[in-house]
Design a protein around this ligand. Structure first.
Ligand SMILES: Cc1cc2nc3c(=O)[nH]c(=O)nc-3n(C[C@H](O)[C@H](O)[C@H](O)COP(=O)(O)O)c2cc1C
Length: 374
């Protein structure tokens, strides 16, 4: 009996691990887009192997929407696919969605969404310009290199053709101001579910391909590092800009050399001297920020595929400390731990730490890293 229970738990855990994750990301004023989102999510989860997570692009005061979690721009890169929903605004996407997409420059320049599937759905009034609006959604997602998944005429034969419906070959819409029936109408809800179901198949298939590719490349026993980042929700930042006449990384033979400080979104995180301006905990936080910068640059250096990293050879951490300070190793551990957490055995490295009386741009930490790559 216990054996059966253990097997059941292991199987359930494995099934859980195998699931692809799709974000259903919406902006909504009045809740119409959210109604469609719920049907899309239902369709996504109908095949059992994909999990749908509904989030919105900004917090809403609307009681129907205020409990929906808000997505960050960075987390977009961690999903296997994204279903985008918005109201139609003058044959276009809504200002709320447009504002959010305009913050995705970092994802765009780091190619973070390339090859990920996307599908779109919209809540409309009369439906005026709905296909222009759906297509305008596609424009932004195409620039991101996303794989756009349309509906075609999927499900069309089963809808009620006696009233106007928001069906479109690009994605479902709902015609909210044509309210002879409650909207979304039954048929619009049905098509949204079909869209979710079809999209989940694509998201799952592309995720499987990604896995197969990296398994072939690195050997069966090895973990897919890109997947490890996703599973652990480790989001690499967009690339920092050099603040002088130097390159973000240099390659010599199979070695990559990277030097970074605690720069995040153009500002230094927790700057200054330990014990004077910052605490040890704050410096550890700055160490993590610095190491994430190193890893973002490393990813760029290996063409976006961290499976090409063969070994972290050495990390050197320098901290802004008083003369008598001795606990440099503890300040550096977050960088070492992160490296081993991501790369496993390949992440184990030699290390040097030391103190300095000042560091560039006021940073409390600087890290020099050397990696061996394919
Ligand atoms: C600025 C603005 C422009 C709009 N333009 C259109 C339009 O071109 N075509 C249309 O069918 N509906 C249009 N609408 C209506 C919305 O698309 C509609 O109310 C939608 O259902 C709102 O979605 P929500 O309930 O998720 O907020 C517009 C609404 C606003 C506020």
């Amino acid at each position: 009996m216990i054996g059966i229970l253990v097997l059941f738990i292991i199987n359930t855990a494995m099934a859980q691990e195998e699931k692809a994750k799709v974000l259903v990301l919406i902006y909504s004023d009045n809740g119409g887009t959210y109604e469609l989102a719920k049907e899309i999510a239902k369709g996504i989860e109908s095949g059992q192997n994909v999990q749908a997570i509904i989030k919105q692009v900004k917090a809403s005061e609307n009681p129907k929407l205020k409990n929906i979690p808000v997505a960050t721009v960075e987390e977009l890169a961690t999903y296997d696919g994204i279903a985008f929903g918005s109201p139609v605004y003058f044959g276009n996407i809504s200002t709320g969605m447009s504002e959010f997409l305009s913050k995705t420059i970092g994802l765009w320049s780091s190619h973070a969404l390339e090859g990920k599937p996307a599908t779109v759905f919209m809540s409309a009034g009369s439906g005026a310009g709905k296909e222009l609006a759906l297509q305008s959604f596609w424009n932004s997602l195409a620039v991101h290199g996303m794989v756009l998944v349309p509906n075609g005429i999927s499900g069309y034969e089963n809808i009620d053709k006696n009233i106007p419906q928001g069906n479109s070959v690009l994605g479902i819409t709902s015609l909210v101001s044509l309210n002879s029936v409650e909207r979304p109408s039954k048929s619009e809800r049905y098509l949204a579910e079909v869209q979710g179901e079809n999209f989940a198949k694509v998201a799952y298939a592309l995720r499987s391909n990604e896995k197969t590719k990296s398994v072939n490349k690195v050997g069966v026993a090895e973990k897919d590092i890109n997947q490890v980042l996703k599973d652990k929700n480790i989001v690499l930042p967009s690339l920092p800009k050099p603040v002088g006449n130097y390159e973000l990384y240099a390659r010599s033979g199979n070695l990559i050399f990277i030097n970074q400080v605690a720069l995040k979104d153009g500002k230094i995180v927790n700057p200054g001297k330990i014990g004077v301006d910052v605490t040890e905990e704050q410096v550890k936080e700055a160490t993590t920020v610095t190491m994430l910068n190193v890893l973002a640059i490393l990813k760029k250096a290996v063409g976006g595929d961290l499976n090409r990293v063969k070994k972290c050879v050495q990390l050197i951490g320098t901290f802004n400390t008083p003369d008598t300070y001795t606990k440099h190793a503890e300040l550096m551990n977050p960088a070492s731990n992160l490296t081993v957490e991501i790369f496993g055995e390949k992440g184990k490295h030699t290390r040097n730490t030391s103190g300095a009386s000042s560091l560039p741009v006021g940073s409390s930490v600087s890290i020099q890293a050397i990696f061996e790559v394919e």
